[in-house]
Design a protein around this ligand. Sequence first.
Ligand code: ADP
Ligand code: MG
Length: 350
Amino acid sequence: MGVEVSVENLTKSFGSQNIWRDVSLTLPEGEVSALLGPSGTGKSVFLKTLIGLLHPEQGSVVIDGTDITQCSAKELYEIRKLFGVLFQDGALFGSMSLFDNIAFPLREHTKKKEDEIRKIVMDKMELVGLAGAEDKLPGEISGGMRKRAGLARALVLDPQIILCDEPDSGLDPVRTAYISQLLIDINAEIDATILVVTHNINIARTIPDNIGMLFRKELVMFGPREQLLTSEQPVVKQFLSGDRFGPIGMSEEKDESVAAAEAAMQAAGIAGGGTQDDFSEIIPQVKPNPGMPVRQAAIRHRANVEAMLPTLPPRAQEAIRASMAAEDARAADDEAAAMSVLETAPIPQI
Ligand SMILES: Nc1ncnc2c1ncn2[C@@H]1O[C@H](COP(=O)(O)OP(=O)(O)O)[C@@H](O)[C@H]1O
Ligand SMILES: [Mg+2]
């Protein structure tokens, strides 16, 4: 079972350079959340602050009753065992085989015997589709395989919290879809709290239960996917549709003359390259593969969204109600389809 991560009024600077300030959000236990934001807004810094690798000047990060910004080194060491982290570049040791890379946390943090370690490592390698690649060195495999090896390593200690920094960077769309599906399946299986840092719009729109967005040193919004995917907030809307017209520019701050020129282009009917949808419909969330357990977090999430519905704008309420009704209708069909798939074919391994 995952644990809740509660962040309050967090502020981080390096010297005189403030990265972000007053960030407050709660990652609900067992749910998948995504943190979005343009490059350089401090997403990786945020992730490293959550595990106590970087120290904020202000605010708290409470995990399992402990504020990791205040606790002792010994307490932090214990709390870190709850985490599995997939760093942006995979962060594998280049001179070690995949097996040894993935076994590393077990050898470092547990007193398990080698035969037990072998069993866990082989299990996780199979889970991420790397069976047979134990002896390969990181330099001998593709970027997608390195990501999956990093994910297997993040899973060996049975983490209750999984942090993934841009799991899609360097991957083609198909491999990105596989790794996204894997995250949802893992969530269904172990109910861990997951945070994915990304600027991949497709991941943002189809994978997480909750979405947060960092922009101009602040958390613009954090909430259920249903809320952000129907939001009229200009930054959120621009980012999620991948459009060049809007408050976000090539460098983070867009200057006034550029904004005015773009407004004129938009008025003249010139497209900004975005998805062109009007956000009145919520894209269905990716479901676990047939044969996986039902995601417990999805059930809790649904109840929370139903409770907050009356507080949302009427247009959003309408879209959310429609998507819930469509989801219920689909659920029955899916169940029948899953049964027939399971009877006829094994689930493919990636
Ligand atoms: N250890 C560090 N020391 C000083 N500045 C840093 C350090 N780590 C990150 N930064 C700065 O923090 C800002 C945000 O970086 P990062 O979190 O990597 O952005 P993102 O992941 O959103 O692309 C950048 O300006 C970067 O140069
Ligand atoms: Mg980053």
